[in-house]
Design a protein. Structure first.
Lengths: 358, 358
């Protein structure tokens, strides 16, 4: 089974999420256009950002709910889960400004798209600056709409209030994780501990653990299940990010993947980099450090870096970590508190998220 | 009576707001430092942004509550009102990035402060870029914490849900207003209608009307008072912004004010500019347009522009608009639905917000 189809097996709510987001966007497009017609291009850019992606966070929130005994395809839960896509849209739009990225999911990043509109219209001032400003505001709208959609999901206000603990923690953690990530890049930190901490907050808690906690809280079983979902979510989230990082260095064997060496050119301080530096002799480590993030990195240099990752033992160590963490997550699905019909999907999600192609 | 003391007379909750924000920040500083000690400078920068300012939005929210019969200095209302300061902090931090502003309230803007830290530490990469990225994330934290503080204010979940209508509208409107403002600057639009629309959304609804609506909704009297507060809040908000714009051109006669001509150098498309252009001959209008926003604008040019604003009749028209709008707001305080003990403070707020020095 290809991993994307493995993911789609458990993403039974994917089309429901798409529908709920479309309904919310149509309503809010109307509100924006009442303020001014000129807001249409900003709304178009915003809607593009919530139209794509794997819907990972809603999927984990939904299975967190089902694992806590929540009803099959409950519409309130689908709306609450969908609201996490607006948070993710904010994170992506703002991260692309922060990292000065050109593209996102094969399309121009939001700030590039808005800069192009500025240039095409021949407006005064700096197109890049306009694009960045517009993207900051579009991301802000996404962040505000995330909790607006959550609060309007249809759950009773008391229930929503219970869900605020993981909902609020998730937002603080992803922003703190992103700040630490930015900090590690400029400080040139490349220790295992630093890499693991960023993965923990920016990926594991944000993508897996907190969405599961949210589902449990909305089903009023947070107390019983928070620990189980942490035991499942943290290792799975780290394994998932590590698999993604390996694909970012060695490329995706399927045709749709990233080009090999991409993350090395960008200079990302991943766990793979930390493992390589800590396992190499000082001359090799120094050369690796110098090449990392060089914008004009040659194919030969990428090949040399990849071979050091292999010969140092970092690749095997990371692959083995993925296996270990996946195993821990699988073991957590045996917990007796979990509803039986969620065990299979939660296991499938481990397999889908950690296999060698995405 | 000096205007600042007039404002403080009605800002009886100012020290309560300061206290509630300090309590919230102390708690959230602890949460951030648990994630990583390196988050301390970001938290310091964030706390600086919520420590200053006139507390206008909490003040209007509080008097909206009192005008709806809400209890004197209700702690829940003070917390809900204080949460608006986090929204304002997000708006300021992000606006300063968007406008590339150097200072805010006499201190370095957040992105400049964070850029300086990067430079002082000798970290790798671009200090400006790091500062902007950090400021985007600090603003995001403020935006997330605004609704977190609102939801944790202590009102019953049902009551909070009622307040979401103005709370949510306020956020969408200020972001849309800021986008339109950015758009007007680059398009060089300078019509009365465009300037009034930006003032309506970015100032009047955001600063006055929606906070009043929030207070009324939390007192469960939104239906009865929404119209009264709109009749009061929109004209007062426009008058307040117009007074601020006049001070931005002609300077503040008190010693603490802005330097004269500041807004002309920045090229702001205010109503004063629109009135001047629409009331001047084409040669004068063209020269005014060319000078507007020139970074090296001479003192002589500023003087010429100020004299055109006067001789064209734009100054008198704007002063007269401030009077008219203030009069409309004062008239709205006569409405029988308003609680009697709020009439005086609501009238004082009109006087304080629209007089010739701030």
């Amino acid at each position: 089974m290809a991993p994307s189809s493995a993911l789609s097996t458990v993403s039974v709510i994917r089309s429901d999420v798409d529908r709920e987001l479309s309904v919310f966007c149509a309503d809010h497009r109307g509100r924006l256009l009442e303020i001014g017609d000129e807001l249409a291009p900003a709304m178009d850019a915003l809607e593009t950002m919530v139209s794509g992606g794997k819907r990972l966070r809603p999927t984990f929130a939904y299975w967190g709910w089902r694992g806590a005994g929540g009803a099959d395809r409950d519409e309130r839960m689908i709306r609450a889960a969908s609201s996490l896509e607006f948070l993710q849209a904010c994170a992506l739009v703002h991260d692309d400004v922060i990292d000065n990225s050109d593209t996102r999911r094969g399309l121009p990043a939001t700030h590039r798209r808005m800069a192009k509109m500025h240039a095409d219209q021949g407006w005064s001032g700096d197109s890049e600056g306009f694009g960045q400003g517009a993207a900051i505001l579009i991301g802000d709208l996404c962040l505000a709409w995330s909790d607006e959609m959550y609060q309007a999901s249809g759950f009773a206000p008391d229930t929503l209030q219970r869900g605020r603990v993981p909902f609020d923690a998730m937002r603080t953690e992803v922003m703190a994780g992103q700040y630490l990530d930015t900090l590690e890049q400029v400080r040139g930190t490349a220790t295992r501990e630093a890499a693991l901490r960023v993965m923990r907050y920016k990926s594991a808690k944000y993508t897996v653990e907190r969405p599961l906690h949210l589902g449990a809280a909305l089903a009023d079983r947070y107390e019983e299940l928070a620990g189980v979902y942490t035991d499942y979510g943290i290792p799975l989230g780290i394994a998932f990010q590590l698999r993604d990082d390996l694909l970012g260095v060695f490329g995706d064997p399927t045709t749709t993947g990233k080009p090999a060496g991409d993350d090395l050119r960008e200079g990302k301080r991943t766990l793979i980099v930390a493992e390589t530096l800590e396992r190499s002799g000082s001359a090799d480590a120094e050369r690796f450090r110098e090449l990392l993030g060089a914008p004009d990195l040659s194919v030969a240099s990428v090949e040399w870096m990849c071979s050091l990752i292999e010969t140092s033992g970092a690749l095997a160590a990371c692959e083995s970590l993925v296996e270990d963490y996946a195993g821990q997550a699988l073991a957590a699905t045996e917990h007796p508190e979990l509803a039986d019909d969620a065990r299979g999907p939660l296991r499938d999600l481990v397999v889908a998220a950690t296999r060698r192609s995405h």
